[in-house]
Design a protein around this ligand. Sequence first.
Ligand SMILES: [Zn+2]
Ligand SMILES: [Zn+2]
Length: 127
Amino acid sequence: MIREKAIFEVECDRCQSPLGYADDGCAWHFDTHQAALEELTECGWVQAANRLLCSDCVAKEACALLGHTWGDWEPVERFAYSGLRRGCELCGAGELDPPPPPLVFVDLSNPPSDTRDWRWFDDEQEA
Ligand SMILES: [Zn+2]
Ligand SMILES: [Zn+2]
């Protein structure tokens, strides 16, 4: 038997991420409006008036209002960068000290003729 049935999904009003996507990669379905409301509350979502924010957007809003909750600085060595990194325990934002140099994109169809100032990964590792 094929039967038509109503289902309920929950979607963040800011980022449009569906409830369930972070865990299972797809939207969770609920049989009732009440069941959806109970689950979103348990997952850290917030309902204000008739708008919903997912837990990620709640964390980003809290950090925007109150500032980040930084963890400890830890050394990081990745590619040609060496320095310190700390992450926000609430929203996951990261910060580097010193700030990384700006990315430089090279047009490979028209490479610069003077490459004396190019710094290669292997050269910096040995320095
Ligand atoms: Zn969101
Ligand atoms: Zn934060």
